[in-house]
Design a protein around this ligand. Structure first.
Ligand SMILES: [Cu+2]
Length: 295
């Protein structure tokens, strides 16, 4: 019995080993999280926000979580109170009360006030995401069955972005998330995304940058975001069920330092020189001077 018990207790050596594995996995996790924004195993909360819009969206989410928790606890408390106070035993003859003007006014006015309190920060954030901010670059995103097409109108390049098949994955690539041609952008840049579709509805969804916009054929939706400083990959996925390969059209936005981005751009202009840009996919952008005249 004692021998069994001793066998169960870890020796000091085992403890040091476990601590070492724990610490090294933590360091690996932290190092990994510094270079990529992606979902984590057993993740409970939102992905770490990147940029001003995502930070504000996360703050709003945390505020709403408090509001909804307070409301749920209050309603649960009321239910428990009513169940105990008005149970059958002490109320053999039940009350037939059906109206109480004061309570009815309270349960109408209080929810309205709560909605107003929620609406103010909510509209502020919505306005920020929709506002026509001056941006550093424009990227056109087209959803297709089942891949993404990225076009840089100012650079006159376009290319398709496909998932990497499981059999072709390299060691540092993620299953179901990495792609052959990521959307490469310079770090610390405000970007306007023009989002459209080639066939059925898709949705361009990159949680850490708080981007989520429908891609619809015949329409151009737009949104802007600020990609923060730092060489980092932002992972996303199509989140509008678009057909049999819906799960296989991930999104990768790769932020690079400015000089590395210029180098990539140089190579991309050669690599994608023969990628045919169909007229359907082309968009006409106004020159900057035209925009000024309109304003
Ligand atoms: Cu889809």
């Amino acid at each position: 019995m004692i021998r069994n018990f001793q066998a169960l207790i870890f020796s000091w050596k085992d403890k040091i080993n476990i601590a070492f594995v724990g610490v090294s996995s933590f360091i690996f996790f932290m190092a990994n999280s510094a270079s990529a924004s992606e979902p984590k195993p057993w993740q409970m909360d939102l992905q770490e926000p990147a940029g001003i819009i995502a930070t504000k969206a996360t703050d709003l989410h945390n505020f709403l979580l408090v509001v909804i928790t307070l409301i749920s606890v209050f309603v649960l408390g009321l239910l428990v109170y009513v169940c105990i106070k008005f149970r059958e035993k002490p109320n053999v003859k039940p009350s037939k009360t059906s109206h109480n003007t004061l309570i009815e006014v309270i349960w109408t006015v209080v929810p309205v006030l709560i909605l107003v309190v929620i609406a103010i920060p909510s509209f502020k954030l919505l306005y920020l995401t929709e506002a026509d901010k001056p941006v550093d670059m424009v990227v056109k995103v087209s959803g297709a069955q089942w891949y993404w097409n990225y076009q840089y109108p100012d650079e006159d390049i376009a290319f398709d972005s496909y998932i990497i098949a499981e059999a072709d994955l390299k060691e540092d690539q993620k299953r179901m998330l990495d792609v052959d041609n990521p959307l490469v952008v310079p770090e610390g840049t405000k970007i306007k995304f023009l989002i459209t579709g080639n066939d059925v509805m898709h949705s361009f969804f990159v949680p850490s940058l708080a981007l989520q916009v429908y891609s619809i054929a015949g329409r151009v939706n737009e949104i802007w975001t600020e990609v923060p400083m730092g060489k980092k990959k932002y992972y996303g996925q199509c989140n509008q069920i678009c057909g049999v390969n819906h799960a296989y059209m991930p999104i990768v936005i790769q932020a690079l330092p400015k000089d590395e981005y210029q180098q990539w751009l140089k190579e991309a202009k050669v690599k994608f020189a023969n990628t045919k840009q169909s007229d359907f996919n082309k968009i006409a952008l106004l020159d900057k001077k035209d925009i000024k005249e309109i304003k």
